[in-house]
Design a protein around this ligand. Structure first.
Ligand SMILES: Cc1ncc(COP(=O)(O)O)c(C=O)c1O
Length: 394
């Protein structure tokens, strides 16, 4: 992309809520490095767990084998999420692909092979691989790849769609759609899914692990997932690890004697890598030692308090906050974009000058900070957003 200056965003070190460039200048990591880092960068407990695991069992496949870190993590995740089994992958998109395959096979072996279609929310985003793209509804991510994707239906909360006999599953992001610019999904949109749905896939890749104030966002709804995708913050956000958590009935669909070939033929080389699992176990321990969920709720209050003050600014169209996830939608027509790529980038660039690293999603400036962020860091971010808006508003 012409106009991108790699010199201005090359980070060589990170600590806590700060990423540092080669000159030693620190920047507030306002997006948690795209919604991954939970407990701050370079947490000693996670580093120690990574190092110890690397020295003990660095890698060992989960294809036809297992290891203690994956076993323990599967148990703990299932306990936390009230699910029954965990299938590990690396990136979030892979966890979504796996959920799709599990849903298809579930119906095939249960005598309803015609259930092959999927339903998704408007403005959805589930990743950049083929099925995940098909489940997504954001033009820039999928429009050029029609030959790689398949048709999915937009969920309109109507029973008619959910009652069709060719629907395999409905996939949803709970409460908030991060990639759509921190878009709210009203609670009422999920009501029909409490009972009607053939299978429900809940994608908690962005929202999981405390970001919305509860461990998983769907705890704030009355839905019960059959499949639950997690990633990003699963390892504390420091190494690639994702999981598709499944309920007993999904697992049972794949359980048969060898010659029946019902097992799930899907596996990534680094799925459930022991080092990644060890990081995830250390991250889950930190939830207890740091009281991370209480910290997330306090952080949410600090964000909401600041958001209230900015809400009436003429350069702001809307501010959306769910827990610790915040999107500030600007009125781009009122912004002097000067030499920047867009109004959003003009503001992100100006914030960078002031020591904050964020990136716009269209006209939305995002703030999704690490859960250890202090109130004064939030205050400073908003003070600087206000100062920047004052500067660039025409
Ligand atoms: C809700 C959601 N699902 C899936 C993904 C894809 O995850 P990954 O980028 O790890 O493949 C993302 C990434 O932003 C996401 O926000």
């Amino acid at each position: 992309m012409r106009g991108f200056d790699p010199g201005s965003r090359t980070f060589v070190r990170a600590h806590g809520t700060t990423v540092f460039d080669a000159s030693g200048r620190g920047f507030f990591d306002a997006t948690s490095s795209i919604w991954t880092i939970l407990h701050g960068h370079a947490r000693p407990e996670i580093i120690a767990a990574l190092a110890e695991q690397a020295a003990t069992l660095d890698h060992s496949t989960l294809l036809g084998a297992t290891h203690p870190a994956a076993e323990e993590l599967a148990d703990r995740l299932c306990g936390l999420a009230a699910m029954d089994y965990a299938f590990f992958s690396s990136d979030g998109a892979s966890a979504v692909e796996v959920a799709a395959k599990m849903a298809l096979r579930y119906w095939a072996v249960n005598g309803q092979p015609q259930r092959t279609r999927f339903v998704r929310l408007d403005a959805s985003y589930h990743g950049d691989t083929a099925a995940a793209m098909s489940f997504s509804d954001i033009a820039v991510f999928k429009d050029h790849y029609a030959s790689l994707t398949f048709e999915t239906f937009a969920y309109d909360a109507s029973r008619e769609l959910l009652e069709r006999d060719d629907i395999a599953a409905v996939i949803v992001e709970p409460l908030i759609q991060a990639a759509a610019g921190m878009r709210y999904v009203p609670h009422s949109a999920y009501t029909a899914l409490e009972s009607m749905v053939p299978l429900l896939i809940v994608d908690e890749i962005a929202t999981g692990f405390g970001r919305t104030g509860t461990m998983f966002a769907h705890e704030q709804l009355a839905v019960r997932p059959d499949l639950l995708c997690v990633g990003k913050g699963l390892s504390g956000g420091v190494v690639a690890l994702s999981a598709t958590l499944a309920s007993q009935r999904i697992y049972d669909a794949f359980l048969a004697d060898y010659h029946e070939m019902r097992q799930l033929f899907h596996g990534h080389s680094f799925a459930g890598n022991p080092i990644a699992c060890a990081a995830a176990l250390a991250s889950l321990d930190i939830f207890a030692t740091d009281a991370t969920l209480a910290a997330a709720q306090r952080l949410s209050l600090a964000i909401s308090r600041n958001a209230e003050l900015l809400r009436t600014h003429r350069g702001v169209r809307e501010i959306r906050v769910v827990g610790t996830m915040c999107g500030i939608e600007i009125r781009s027509q009122l912004i002097d974009a000067s030499n920047a790529q867009s109004a959003g980038w003009r503001i992100a660039d100006a914030l960078y000058e002031r020591g904050h690293f964020t990136r716009p999603i269209g006209d939305v400036i995002q703030l999704v900070p690490p859960l250890v962020t202090r109130d004064d860091e939030i205050d400073r971010f908003f003070t600087d957003v206000l100062a920047v808006l004052e500067d660039v508003c025409i």
